[in-house]
Design a protein around this ligand. Structure first.
Ligand code: PCA
Length: 199
């Protein structure tokens, strides 16, 4: 049976929930036929998120890692193509860290790319009538930091990985007004579609 690890994040930036963790829990509770799904909730911390995902990958030994994150500015699902070797944040993470254009690994590759067929995944999600696009930047915050780590570890272990940014879910409490949202059910169907495509 194929093993998949789905990660989401704890809340950050004034939100009381994170759509990524809400979606991860729901996909795992529905399940996907013939797939062993593990989940992990990551801290929004430049230091602790990569440590936690490394530990989770070693513990769960997945074939594929699907990392999820919330993007409150997104109006659709964003399949992230690339992780950049840089950290930068004026807002700071949940530990108060505010890296200023710091490399993740000064000897590491400038960028790492997903090892999954991103255009095929986009088409499959579109075919379900769900709004989706490919994005060429996951930002320079904790999601990008986590993606870089996830891709690096998966490459070492012969596993595959992708990062997916999700909008706020419909009904999610937000400290900001007029944010675009998406039904949580659509986000879950998109993630299930990814899992089915890579079986
Ligand atoms: N989104 C943030 C970090 C945690 C999350 O859910 C990001 O896009 O970097």
């Amino acid at each position: 049976m194929r093993k998949i690890l789905i990660t989401g994040f704890e809340p950050f930036g004034g939100y009381v929930e994170n759509s990524s963790w809400e979606a991860a829990k729901k996909v795992a509770s529905f399940g996907v036929f013939n797939v062993d799904i593990a989940t992990e909730c990551l801290p929004v911390s430049f230091v602790r998120a990569p440590m936690t995902i490394r530990e989770a990958i070693y513990r769960h030994t997945p074939d594929v890692v699907i990392m999820l994150g919330q993007s409150a500015t997104a109006d659709r699902i964003k399949l992230e193509r690339v992780a950049l070797n840089m950290m930068d944040s004026a807002m700071g993470d949940n530990d108060g860290a505010k890296p200023d254009e710091e490399p993740i690994d000064k000897d590491g590759a400038t960028a790492l790319l997903t090892s999954l067929p991103i255009k095929i995944l986009r088409s499959a999600i579109e075919a379900k009538g769900i709004n989706v696009k490919i994005s060429n930047s996951a930002g320079l915050y904790v999601c990008n930091r986590t993606y870089y780590e996830g891709l690096r570890i998966c490459r070492e272990r012969g596993a595959r990985a992708i990062f997916v940014h999700l909008p706020l879910y419909e009904g999610q409490k937000s400290p900001h007004r007029d944010k675009k949202t998406m039904p949580l059910g659509d986000m879950c169907r998109a993630i299930q579609t990814i899992i089915e495509e890579i079986k």
